[in-house]
Design a binder for this molecule. Structure first.
Ligand SMILES: [Zn+2]
Ligand SMILES: [Zn+2]
Length: 184
């Protein structure tokens, strides 16, 4: 009997759907019955043997680490503890995770550091864009701030209409982002 957490059962179900397996297919592949798999996915881990759960974890590429939180409920950086996390940022300049500001008439975005689970949480939770895990220009590890310390490139490329008053834009956008964050 396996004794994984209910959360992990749900993660397996999520991973199966993501990989487009039907329960019967997956059950045949790991050597259990469809009904046992169904009950397992519904949060009854004892319905499958440890051996079967280990096979499921291989097929679905879900690590058997209890602490990994489900996608969508990722904790904030700093509260993560023992969870294995990858940091990234969202390269979409329209995304509320990127806060615009202006230096010498040039528009920059300061990206928020995002936590991505190594098992498929590599998309921005706010806009769905794929997260960047390193500098898109030179591949250096991410540093705080808007630009790469290694090559100086801005992490987020501004895409704004020509002739736009960047100061007004940045101010308006920051106010919008504050409102969006209050709604969350
Ligand atoms: Zn985003
Ligand atoms: Zn760089």
């Amino acid at each position: 009997m396996s004794n994984v957490s209910k959360e992990l059962c749900l993660r397996f179900a999520e991973a199966r759907r993501a990989k487009k397996f039907r329960q019967t297919e997956l059950a045949a592949r790991v050597g259990c019955t469809q009904s046992a798999l169904s009950m397992f996915e519904g949060g009854q881990p004892t319905k499958l043997s440890e051996e079967t759960v280990r096979k499921l974890s291989e097929v679905l590429e879900v690590p058997l680490v209890e602490e990994v939180p489900p996608i969508g409920t990722l904790p904030l950086p700093g509260l993560v503890g023992s969870v294995c996390v990858v940091h990234g940022f969202c390269p979409n300049c329209q995304c509320p995770s990127n806060v615009p500001y202006v230096v010498d008439g040039r528009l920059f975005y300061r990206p928020s550091r995002k936590v991505a689970s190594p098992t498929g949480g590599m998309r921005c939770t706010q806009c769905g864009e794929m997260l960047e895990m390193s500098c898109p220009s030179c591949g250096a590890p991410l540093n705080d701030g808007a630009c790469c310390a290694a090559c100086g490139a801005a992490y987020v490329t501004p895409v704004v209409a020509e002739g736009l008053d960047v100061l007004v834009y940045a101010k308006t956008r920051r106010e919008e982002i504050i409102q969006l964050r209050e709604l969350e």
